[in-house]
Design a protein around this ligand. Structure first.
Ligand SMILES: [Zn+2]
Ligand SMILES: [Zn+2]
Length: 87
């Protein structure tokens, strides 16, 4: 198994998560906050991005938006056929 290095602190780690804001692969130590957005998705923000108020705000908004629509991807848009009301 290949050892990967954190793109923020360069420490070798066997578990990296991608920051939702800067897309860096960061280790557990560099992850400032992580939240489960949906059943399958996890949102992670690194410590660098956390210090930026704008990025932090965006992160929270994303999580909240996703959490409010957890089953969104289960609904596929089907073409809606208009049926005449008169038989
Ligand atoms: Zn790190
Ligand atoms: Zn980041």
């Amino acid at each position: 198994m290949a050892i990967v290095r954190c793109e923020r602190c360069s420490e070798p780690s066997d578990y990296l998560e991608v920051c939702d804001s800067c897309n860096k692969r960061v280790c557990r130590k560099c992850v400032k906050s992580s939240r489960r957005a949906t059943k399958h998705e996890r949102r992670v923000i690194c410590k660098d991005c956390w210090t930026s108020v704008a990025k932090r705000k965006k992160f929270k908004e994303k999580v909240v938006t996703a959490a409010n629509q957890p089953e969104e991807h289960h609904f596929e848009r089907r073409p809606f056929k208009r049926r005449p009301m008169k038989r």
